[in-house]
Design a binder for this molecule. Sequence first.
Ligand code: HPA
Length: 278
Amino acid sequence: MDGMVEELESAVARWDESGWPRPRVMVVSGSGLAVDLGDPGRHSRPMGDFLPFGTGHVDGHPHTFDLLAADTDRPVLYQRGRLHSYQGYDGHETAFSIRLAALLGVKTVILSNAAGGLRQESRPGDLMLIRDHINLIGLNPLRGELPEGWGPRFPDLTAAYDLELRRVARDEAARLGMELDEGIYAAVAGPSYETPAEVSMLRAMGADLVGMSTALEVIAARHMGLRCLGFSLVANLASGMVAEPLVHTEVLAAAEEASGRLRELLVRLLERPELYAD
Ligand code: HPA
């Protein structure tokens, strides 16, 4: 937290010095979901070039910033991979790139993640739109003193996942003939998967999905007035719901296998003017 504001200011300066135009929309990909959204050409760099700390390594996360459609008036910052609290990052570090995007003028952020399905009828490969989240990570990126100009001390999270953008997403999914149910995402700290008892608790709480990301980024994004849209790809049924144990490589493989549909939907969504509105 110490020095974060200055670090963000120098990250903004580094961005501008790079000669890259400022983005309007941001996309953040989850585990195994760094799908091809277009050729960034020379506009692709390791995230570490812009951040004041390293990105570590997690399989399924390339950790690059790509700038798509850089020569149009609608550039898109595509963050391929993310930082998780289970890697040891605090709430502020986890949300750093979201804040960088907000300071650069991004208005809308689309986040994807691989998640465990909590509904009995869920199947690996199902794509769900996040309607709301339950933050059980035990961190909040708004802890501590933040510049007043960034946003309110006590931001409202009533419609954290934007109603209009969810309608647009459902609309595009329907046009593609894709099923897209909405669900509640429970964010947990990880990195161990849940016990079956924890899965029972999450189901009793009303969660439909469980994963280890997204909620902190959405809190930081809403604080700064960004509109959010979140997609979960069900990579597995949560622990205890099936006989087999959970293995990260298999979770990744399932996410990658089904990622083509997410790609299709994202490509269509990025064409919608609603995303770029002020
Ligand atoms: N639990 C938590 N996070 C996850 C899971 C899970 O079952 N699958 C993918 N990410």
